[in-house]
Structure formats: structure tokens, C-alpha cells
Design a protein around this ligand. Structure first.
Ligand SMILES: O=C(O)CCC(=O)C(=O)O
Ligand SMILES: [Fe+2]
Length: 216
């Protein structure tokens, strides 16, 4: 038989029973019934309060089914080993009209100020799952806008220089950053950020927070 480059039918028995090392699953979460108002935690990590003038959104932790575990695994592998100790259960966030989250850090300040937990949120993935909305970018006021125009597909290049950098909520995209400085383990001051108000429609995001090992 002559070999051609169109030789293997996708549904052939050759593929049945194969155990690929890596499978892609369509990532779809519909945790609507589980959504509750998002809380704000104090610096020592003890109290969660609801304060819509600071943060107006709903959140839910999806059940750890196979899809969610796969996302967890990918997030862990992306970061290699080392300072990545634990993942916090994934948190889906939903913002409706006017929903926002004022400027904040994702970290808790430093070990001594905390009573109820060890470690800290080393890194953040913020994934845009749905963004059928206007507004709703993620703003980092202390970052300098990029000079290369190619970034304009991901960040809002029309806003004033002083506004810092605002990532556009593009479904399927994610932003990733390290909250802690490796040298002194304090939070990086430039990583102050906010979820800008949604001016129409709905934005759904996903937080994947990785914690340092307990002895960090
Ligand atoms: O909604 C956003 O764009 C950012 C959300 C955020 O910073 C957070 O949930 O900690
Ligand atoms: Fe945040």
C-alpha cells in the first residue's frame, strides 16, 4: 500500500484503547447554583466580610471532578517544583453589571501578622472564562504600559499612561504572576491590581492560587 499523508482515519480501531499521555478536555464550568457573594479577608486571614463597595462579585468553588483536577495539574506543572507548595481550591468568580474588585494584593502580608494559616499565596493565575461584557479588565496601576504594540491585543492601549496596565478580559486567556519576591518573601508592591467595573454583560473568571510550602 502506498503511504500517503492522509492515512489514519480518526475513528480507526488503531486509536481505540490508546493511552495518550496528554488529553485535551473542553473546559466548561457551570457552577451557577453554588455562587455566593465574594468575601474579603483581613490581613491576618481570619475574617471574611462582604463589602460590595470594595468587592462586588459572586464566587463558587467547582467540585474537583476530573476536568478540575486536570486544570489543577496543569497549573501545578506550569510552575515546576520548588516554591509551589499547594493549590487553593479553584475559585470561579462572576461579575454582573457594576461588579468589580478594588485594588488589592492576593497575598496576606507576612507570616507574623497571621494566626490562622501558614504559607502564602505565591502565585496567581487569573483566567477569563467568559467575558461577554464591556469593562471588566484587570488593572495593574503600578506596572508600566508595554512599549511594543503587539501587546495591544492583550492590554488596553487606549487608556492614559498613568492608569498602568489593564489586561482585556478575553475568554480563554489567562494572566499569571508571582505575588512574592523570592529574596525577602514579602509581597511584590507592583502587583497591586483590581477587577475593573463591568459596564455591561457578565464576566466570569477563575482564580488559581498556588501557596508556598508551609515552612516558607
Ligand atoms: O476580576 C479580575 O479581573 C481580578 C480578580 C482578582 O484580582 C481576584 O479575584 O483576586
Ligand atoms: Fe486579585
Amino acid at each position: 500500500m502506498v503511504e500517503t499523508w492522509k492515512q489514519i482515519p480518526v475513528n480507526s480501531s488503531v486509536l481505540q484503547g490508546a493511552q495518550p499521555g496528554y488529553t485535551i478536555h473542553l473546559f466548561s464550568l457551570d457552577p451557577d447554583e453554588n455562587f455566593q457573594p465574594s468575601e474579603i479577608w483581613s490581613n491576618n486571614g481570619t475574617v471574611g466580610t462582604i463589602a460590595p463597595h470594595i468587592r462586588d462579585s459572586q464566587w463558587a468553588s467547582p467540585a474537583r471532578d476530573e476536568t478540575v483536577r486536570r486544570v489543577e495539574k496543569r497549573a501545578a506543572e506550569f510552575q515546576g517544583y520548588g516554591r509551589a507548595g499547594f493549590l487553593e481550591p479553584l475559585k470561579v468568580l462572576k461579575y454582573e453589571l457594576g461588579g468589580h474588585y478594588n485594588h488589592h494584593y492576593d497575598t496576606f502580608p507576612h507570616r507574623e501578622a497571621r494566626t490562622s494559616m501558614e504559607g502564602n499565596r505565591f502565585s496567581t493565575f487569573f483566567v477569563y472564562l467568559q467575558a461577554n461584557c464591556t469593562g471588566g479588565g484587570t488593572n495593574f496601576p503600578r506596572l508600566s504600559p508595554p512599549k511594543d504594540d503587539r501587546w495591544c491585543q492583550f492590554v488596553d492601549c487606549d487608556e492614559p499612561y498613568e492608569a498602568g496596565v489593564t489586561f482585556k478580559p478575553i475568554p480563554g486567556n489567562a494572566i499569571y504572576w508571582h505575588n512574592l519576591r523570592p529574596t525577602d518573601r514579602t509581597h511584590h508592591p507592583d502587583l497591586l491590581h483590581s477587577g475593573l467595573p463591568v459596564t455591561s454583560g457578565v464576566k466570569v473568571g477563575l482564580n488559581i492560587w498556588t501557596w508556598t510550602p508551609e515552612d516558607w
